[in-house]
Design a protein around this ligand. Structure first.
Ligand code: MN
Ligand code: MN
Length: 303
């Protein structure tokens, strides 16, 4: 009985995380590449999902961050488990569908898979973008209950397009923090974990916060950490993050995943949810549940 109640709580956090990713993407995309000053001049404080921006989005429309996370989730769920080739094939099909936005590093990696069947891009010192960590969340759900598996899968999915030490670290760290949230960890517990991880890569130290929110994975994660630890609820974590501007859809997506895992699905403001495509929200909910069921934790509980 206790195990069942506990499972329902973890499932709520997994759903909150995946929905939070899409909502953070939709909230931040309209101000992507703007400075915080430009956002202030135009919106005051951006708190609503408004659409527009350089991609001329409809309100609630998501971008590559959510699309690529969906590719991973759909591939894993339809394969009933981890299948890196299936993930790359989903990326390839998505690229061919002419998506609204694709990062250069992601495009290169997917092209190399399409042309050469390559599943691991060679090491590249310029691969320190945030394109691998923005789509990581489904892996954190799928590997719930197994730290080693998280590390292995997080890096494997990253390397399809990005081969860089700091990108790898960000993927593994985000996965760890999300999984600690599944364990109902407090923010001080998460902060302690992060302090230990920062020992490995002090570049990510975010206090004092430098205010940079570019697509460089260090800037991205500093922005996410800063606003996640300062935020008092799901909404304030996301609002603080996207108003920083820069790669706002991606910082929004990542903090949305983390805050959704921490605060749970119920914490997502209804007015934001209503702006989102209903079918997308339903699919994300279902995928989050399926991923958790396939995880070591889920298989342990549900048999
Ligand atoms: Mn995007
Ligand atoms: Mn972006």
């Amino acid at each position: 009985m206790r195990a069942t109640l506990r499972y329902e709580e973890v499932r709520d956090r997994a759903r909150g995380a995946f929905l939070g990713l899409a909502i953070g993407d939709a909230l931040g995309a309209p101000v992507e590449f703007m400075t915080s000053g430009e956002i202030k001049a135009k919106y005051g404080l951006l708190k609503e999902i408004v659409g527009g921006g350089w991609l001329r989005l409809k309100p609630g429309q998501v971008t590559d961050d959510t699309d690529m996370a969906l590719c991973i989730a759909r591939a894993v769920v339809s394969s009933r488990g981890w299948d890196l080739t299936a993930i790359a094939q989903h990326f390839a099909r998505w690229l061919k569908s002419k998506p609204v936005d694709v990062g250069d590093t992601c495009r290169r990696g997917i092209r190399d898979f399409m042309l050469k069947g390559q599943l691991e891009t060679p090491y590249n010192e310029w691969d320190g973008g945030n394109g691998a960590v923005m789509r990581l969340l489904p892996v954190a759900i799928l590997t719930a209950g197994d730290d080693e598996l998280l590390r292995e899968y997080a890096v494997a999915q990253a390397r399809i397009t990005h081969n860089h030490l700091l990108s790898d670290a960000a993927c593994v760290w985000l996965g760890k923090l999300v999984q600690l949230c599944f364990d109902s960890a407090s923010k001080s517990r998460l902060r302690r974990e992060l302090e230990t991880l920062l020992g490995e890569h002090p570049q990510f130290k975010f206090d004092p916060y430098r205010g940079l929110a570019s697509g460089y994975v260090v800037d991205t994660m500093q922005t996410v950490f800063h606003h996640f630890f300062r935020g008092k609820d799901f909404e304030s974590c996301l609002v603080g993050t996207v108003n920083q501007g820069g790669d706002a859809d991606t910082t929004g997506a990542i903090v949305g995943a983390l805050a959704g895992a921490y605060y749970g699905e119920e914490s997502i403001p209804q007015r934001w949810r209503k702006k989102m495509d209903k079918n997308l929200m339903n699919e994300i909910t279902r995928l989050a549940e399926e991923l958790l069921r396939l995880s070591p934790y889920g298989r342990g509980v549900t048999g």
